[in-house]
Ligand binder design. Structure first.
Ligand SMILES: [Cu+2]
Length: 131
């Protein structure tokens, strides 16, 4: 192998995972149910680097949302699903559902809450743990 090729191979090997396009066909589904006034699960556990399909279901008659600005800012959301996430917020009318495919490479704890009037006070909050 000549020196230039060898250097190129080294650079490719050292490229961070974030530079690789995600393979959404390998996305693991995680269902998140919204209700009056809770998220299930309350703690969403994700592994960094793994593609996921977050399947949101609003089981209530009224609207709820999933506010996770830091989480979505740190995640890579599939291009086709970006319109569902408005500045880190997923809004779901009563009975609505929707999918967001994403991958996150930054481990940490991210807070989630519902910003509808008084819903957080009623207990509608949770967290996402990325390990
Ligand atoms: Cu709510």
């Amino acid at each position: 192998m000549n020196r230039a090729l060898f250097t190129a191979a080294l650079l490719l090997a050292a490229a961070p995972a974030a530079a690789q396009p995600a393979d959404w066909s390998r996305a693991q589904q995680v269902t998140v149910t919204l209700s009056n006034f809770a998220y299930a699960p309350e703690t969403i556990r994700l592994r960094r680097g793994q593609p996921y399909r977050l399947h949101f279901v609003n089981a209530a008659d009224g609207g709820h949302n999933f506010v996770a600005r830091e989480f979505f800012a740190a995640a890579t959301v599939a291009a086709e699903d970006r319109a569902r996430v408005d500045e880190g917020v997923i809004e779901l009318g009563g009975g609505a559902s929707g999918d967001v495919r994403l991958r996150i490479d930054a481990p940490g704890r991210y807070e989630v809450h519902c910003s509808h009037f008084m819903h957080t006070t009623f207990g509608m909050s949770g967290e996402i743990l990325v390990e």
